[in-house]
Write a protein that binds this ligand. Structure first.
Ligand code: AVJ
Length: 334
């Protein structure tokens, strides 16, 4: 057996960080990919964001699950037994509501969370199996964005795939279609998808409130955004002074997305030492130059239907909160 295949995941991540930074920061305009936010400090900051008064997304989706869990599960199962898969599960904190509802109608359920983080999946497995007798958690460590999915189908059950938390919002329309088509390949007609998407401003949501969700008064989102620079310093030995970059949140109406940027408040040079993926870089920033760090796409009933239709699904039912801020769509594989 070759030892070359046993590259530890940690080195793969270090290599991916180096490649991402090389490609993004030598591009014009400069960009960085949002997955870079989620080192340990960034994951903690995101948890903090989900509790902010301005950041309505997490608590609104949780409320939709709390109010409609039985209906969602009944709609998905159509009298059959369900097995549940979740893309980007993380620690699966909201999923318990749906698992509990599923276990009201069947005595056993298999839950397959897919995530790149083995530690998050292990945490999910321990806490969920302790809370729900009848639940079997089968962690699946994989990158559902870049790798073909492998999902196990327990005999004679129908699959319900969860892609919640507005995670799909981080991807361009083309990338989002790639992800849902990758999922669809593992499903058969009659299987279900539950998709959580944030809604565009309009009749029920004003643009200012949406912007506040990405630029909170306490500055937690700003710290989350700047943490990407601290991570690059820590992982690659770069010399970013994060305090010289201002957090910017912008609504791009044409693309229907919130964009986050980091804006250099001064003309400066940032150095990144050579690494396995890249020779040493000396990066010039003009005063006011930005790094585009995130897109968060916002949807309408129509754009959700279009996305699903393009990927082999049909939308069956949309579950909303009372203020119509967020949508949870139950779709069927056709
Ligand atoms: C984790 C992608 C759903 O886009 O709202 C929160 C990330 N960025 N605040 C989102 C995020 C800034 C979040 N998602």
């Amino acid at each position: 057996m070759s030892t070359l295949t046993a590259v530890p995941v940690v080195n793969e991540i270090a290599h991916a960080v180096a490649c991402e930074v090389r490609d993004g920061l030598t591009a014009n305009p400069k960009t960085l990919s949002p997955w870079l936010f989620y080192d340990e400090a960034g994951s903690n900051l995101f948890e903090e964001i989900t509790r902010l008064p301005e950041y309505y997304l997490t608590r609104t989706e949780r409320q939709i699950f709390t109010d409609h869990a039985d209906e969602i599960v009944e709609q998905a199962r159509q009298g059959k037994c369900l097995a549940i898969v979740e893309l980007g599960a993380g620690t699966a904190t909201k999923t318990g509501i749906l698992l509990r509802a599923t276990l009201r109608g069947q005595s056993r359920v298999v839950y397959q969370p897919v995530d790149v983080s083995p530690s998050a999946l292990e945490e999910a497995r321990e806490s969920l199996e302790a809370s729900f007798p009848g639940l079997t958690v089968r962690p699946n460590v994989a990158n559902y964005v870049t790798e073909p999915l492998v999902i196990d189908r327990p005999p004679s059950s129908r699959l319900l795939a969860l892609y919640i938390g507005s995670s799909i919002g981080n991807f361009t329309p083309a990338e989002a279609r790639g992800i849902l088509r990758n999922l669809r390949e593992q499903l058969i007609p009659g299987d279900a998808l539950l998709l959580g998407t944030d809604l565009a401003p309009g009749e029920h949501k004003d643009e200012a409130a949406l912007l506040d969700a990405y630029d909170d008064a306490a500055g937690v989102t700003a710290a989350f955004n700047r943490n990407i620079l601290a991570r690059i310093n820590a992982d690659l030995g770069a010399d970013f002074d994060a305090e010289t970059f201002r957090h910017r949140a912008v609504w791009n109406a044409e693309a229907s997305r919130i964009e986050m940027h980091l804006e250099s408040t001064t003309r400066q040079t940032v150095d990144i030492p050579a690494n396995a993926a890249c020779p040493a870089l000396s990066l010039e920033f003009e005063e006011g130059e930005t790094i585009h760090t995130e897109n968060s796409y916002k949807f309408t009933e129509a754009s959700i239907g279009e996305l699903l239709g393009d990927c082999g699904f049909t939308s069956e039912k949309s579950f909303r909160d009372a203020k119509d801020l967020f949508a949870v769509t139950l779709a069927r594989a056709i």
